[in-house]
Design a protein around this ligand. Sequence first.
Ligand code: CA
Length: 336
Amino acid sequence: MIRIAAEEAWAPKEILERYRKLLQEKPESWDPGFRSLWGFFLGPTERATALVRRIQDLGPQRLADMDATGIAKQLILLSSPGVQVFEATEAVALARDMNDQLIAHLSDRYAGLAAIAPHAPRDAVKELQRAVGLGLKGAVVNSHTQGAYLDDPKCWEIFEAAQALDVPIYIHPNTPPREMIAPFLPRGLDGAIYGFAVETGLHLLRIIVAGVFDRFPKLRIVVGHLGEGLPFWLFRLDFMHASMVRAQRYPGVKPLEMKVSDYFKRNIWVTTSGMQWAPAIQFCISVLGIERVMYAMDYPYQFVPDEVKVTDEMPMSDADRKKLYQDNIESVFRLR
Ligand code: CA
């Protein structure tokens, strides 16, 4: 068995410089979540400095950290918000550049997902096709793009392309958009502590309820942080969705071919990123099945070497542990 980590972040110098420029040029009100996140991580604190040093590296530092924690391979994702914070033309060009840089680093230690610009769907499809042809294993979408969500039918050609290419889309968190973030900010709840999960969970639910998986039944979507809390909600989601459909309460809520929870067992996989807590991992395995849950560290944001022990020591068969660390990831991302 080898340990593969399925949601590991990377952000090269060029994109961090563009983030710095946005922070300087844009007003506070433009994207308070972006300012909260990158205003902090591009700032002077010890945590920020260590993060920025590690996140740029696809060389000796990262490999040493992987060796120290027994991680054989990382699946690399362009860190949030990636290219999606830039206007479409810039985002399209930047995605291509970021993907080329990542492709140049692919090895037996690194696999990667393609950055795409969902606000230019046709270009996103072309870039996904190009990048997969050059060895990337799917796409990462850092949740909303300036307040827009993938359940908008104009984005469905991205799902169509992913299904046709037989690659998954990883929906990774972003800070809540301007329209959503105000009540999170005063108590510091906008980021990884809670806001990420609320916003990304909402994104995935929008995709399910919109009927995306009825249209694309073989589409594979991966989410981190143990499904952003949604596995815990499946009973209520099924009950309330069925009730809303019966009542015809919302024009945007149509009957689905399956229950909400059924899509979690056919189209959705979750990773353990940032959630190294045995009871929560075991709960997800019990409701979704061992084949649906994959290990991720969330390096370098949550680089806590001791946390690997949680998965190493969880009471489960060696065969199931191998599924969690290796088999499921190799299978979902077609790593072999
Ligand atoms: Ca992450």
